[in-house]
Design a protein around this ligand. Structure first.
Ligand code: FAD
Ligand code: 2HG
Ligand code: ZN
Length: 500
């Protein structure tokens, strides 16, 4: 199709029939577990499952299945595998690389009904919960028990913890709580042929052989559907403080980061970067929310501290700000005085992805670059758009703005190009140029969002042939002899995983 140039439906996958639908109806029973686009006029009901958060990727799925148990998932996959029906696992559908929606007519296996918390050990901090639990709900459950989910991100109100694990999401506090590769203790996964792999360990340590669960963390559902997650949840800090400040250059941002690590050390829980353009665009979309700082600055940072002594932490943060102000590293700054202000400061960072979509769409590049070069790509792409006459204030220009923001603490930049419409002239400037730029700096073309359909052809920019070859073998071990049922895009990706 023209939507996915170069990607064709693998005709070895069967077209779904009414017999298949009847099988699933029998299996799942309740009406709420199935949206059947073959037998009823379900177009409107199916639409949200066919389209991603960015409104960029659209499939033509005719059947959504919502399993209620691991056994349901197992039976579905077993049947699809035997019948050669393609499927795509779906969590909260907040993914940003088009991995959570069908590319063609794959059956959507949506995990929303599997949303129970099974256990929480208040002594060790291990939580066992269904993959379909919503991140925010899970974190609220933990908050009532003095603990915190070791991951937080802007999509928390919709994304699933299973989706988070499947994408190995990084988020806002990776700097403090580390990657899911460290905090996930165990997983229950249904493999493509329906086999259930129970590795739902709740122990911190388990060195008995290969750590196979790691393969599913960040696999984007290509080798199995995660049904349960066991995860280590730290103590929730009783004292949280947030500071927001403006700086005049990226050089100063780097100095501020070094100072923050030095002076705030063990209480530092987030260090986020926003450029001036991203903030003025948030301001345009939300003109009524009060700007944190009066004047405009080329860069802003948000620092969060989490500790056990509020007054002590506040004093530390204030003296840090004073110090970096005196050294002229920062130009202006503010510390949240209460919970409302704290939330409001965070919203200037967390609200960026949503606000940038306001004009119509966003091209997104989620990259890791050695920190000193991290921001240069934003200036470079900006200049290219100007040169080509593609950026401007009025409707005739496709590009509204080129911005950079992200997780400074993890050297993870989000280069976003906000557009009024998706446009081939803009795309020609961006790709493969951005990927070449990243490869040249030995960066990663996918720092935390995964490959999905968006980057499946570009894996070769960040992984070598040997590594990609091993990945193919692993895919083939778990999901042999294409076609088999699991993951549309894995099927597509499996065929073209070699990248360039
Ligand atoms: P989906 O979008 O439904 O699926 C994502 C992928 O995982 C798909 O390939 C899907 O097939 C697969 N999948 C889903 N569930 C399962 C399962 N149970 N088993 C196997 N495979 C499965 N990401 C970050 O890393 N850091 C951020 O800070 C961040 N912020 C975000 C902010 C916003 C506003 C938005 C919209 C997204 C953000 N993301 C961020 C993207 C991030 O990947 C997702 O928000 C989240 O991790 C995906 O979870 P989900 O349940 O929505 O998964
Ligand atoms: C974030 O950090 C997310 O806000 C989304 O990872 C980034 O939309 C993006 O590019
Ligand atoms: Zn991010």
């Amino acid at each position: 199709t023209e939507m996915y140039p170069g990607i064709k439906r693998d005709e070895r996958f069967k077209q779904m029939s009414s017999d298949d639908v009847a099988y699933f109806k029998e299996l799942l029973g309740s009406d709420s577990a199935i949206i059947d686009g073959l037998h009823q006029d379900a177009a409107a009901d199916i639409e949200p499952f066919n389209e991603d958060w960015l409104h960029k990727y659209k499939g033509q799925c005719r059947l959504v299945l919502k399993p209620g148990s691991t056994e349901d998932v197992s039976a579905i996959l077993k049947y699809c595998n035997e019948q050669k029906l393609a499927v795509v696992p779906q969590g909260g559908n907040t993914g940003l690389v088009g991995g959570s929606v069908p590319v063609f007519d794959e059956i959507v296996i949506n995990m929303a009904r599997m949303n129970k918390i099974h256990s929480f050990d208040e002594v060790s901090g291990s939580l066992v919960a269904d993959a379909g639990c919503i991140l925010e709900t899970t974190d609220q459950y933990l908050a009532e028990r003095g603990a915190i989910f070791p991951l937080d991100l802007g999509a928390k109100g919709s994304c699933h913890i299973g989706g988070n694990v499947a994408t190995n999401a990084g988020g806002l506090r990776l700097l403090r709580y580390g990657s899911l590769h460290g905090s996930v203790l165990g997983l229950e996964v249904v493999l493509p042929d329906g086999t259930i792999m129970n590795d739902l360990c709740t122990l911190r340590k388990n060195n008995t052989g290969y750590d196979l669960k790691q393969l599913h963390i960040g696999a984007e559902g290509t080798i199995g559907i995660i049904t349960k997650v066991s995860i280590q949840c730290p103590q929730r800090s009783s004292a949280i403080n947030v500071a927001f400040f403006g700086l005049e250059s990226f050089e100063k941002v780097q100095q501020a980061f070094r100072e923050a690590k030095g002076q705030l050390s063990e209480i530092l829980s987030a260090f986020e970067l926003m450029d001036g353009k991203s903030q003025s665009m948030v301001h345009k979309v939300r003109p009524d929310s009060k700007k944190p700082l009066e004047d405009e600055h080329p860069f802003y940072c948000l620092i969060e501290t989490s500790g056990s002594n509020g007054e002590h932490d506040y004093a530390k943060l204030e003296s840090f700000l004073e110090d970096v102000m005196t050294k002229e590293i920062i130009t202006d700054g503010v510390v949240a005085q209460d919970a409302t202000q704290l939330k409001s400061l965070w919203s200037w960072r967390e609200g960026i992805p949503e606000c940038l979509g306001h004009w119509g769409g966003t091209y997104k590049y989620d990259v890791s670059i050695p920190i000193k070069d991290m921001y240069a790509i934003v200036d470079d792409i900006s200049a290219k758009m100007e040169e080509a006459g593609l950026i401007g204030e009025t409707d005739e220009y496709p590009v509204v703005g080129v911005v950079g923001y992200g997780h400074m603490g993890d050297s993870n930049l989000h280069l976003n190009v906000a557009v009024r419409r998706y446009d081939t002239a803009v795309e020609k400037i961006l790709e493969p140029y951005v990927y070449e730029w990243i490869a040249d700096k030995k960066g990663s073309i996918s720092a935390e969002h995964g490959l999905g359909i968006a980057k499946k052809n570009y894996i070769g920019y960040s992984r070598d042939e040997t590594t990609i070859g091993l990945m193919k073998q692993i895919k083939n071990l778990y999901d042999p002899d294409k076609p088999s049922c699991i993951v549309h895009e894995a099927a597509a990706r499996g065929a073209s995983i070699g990248g360039r």
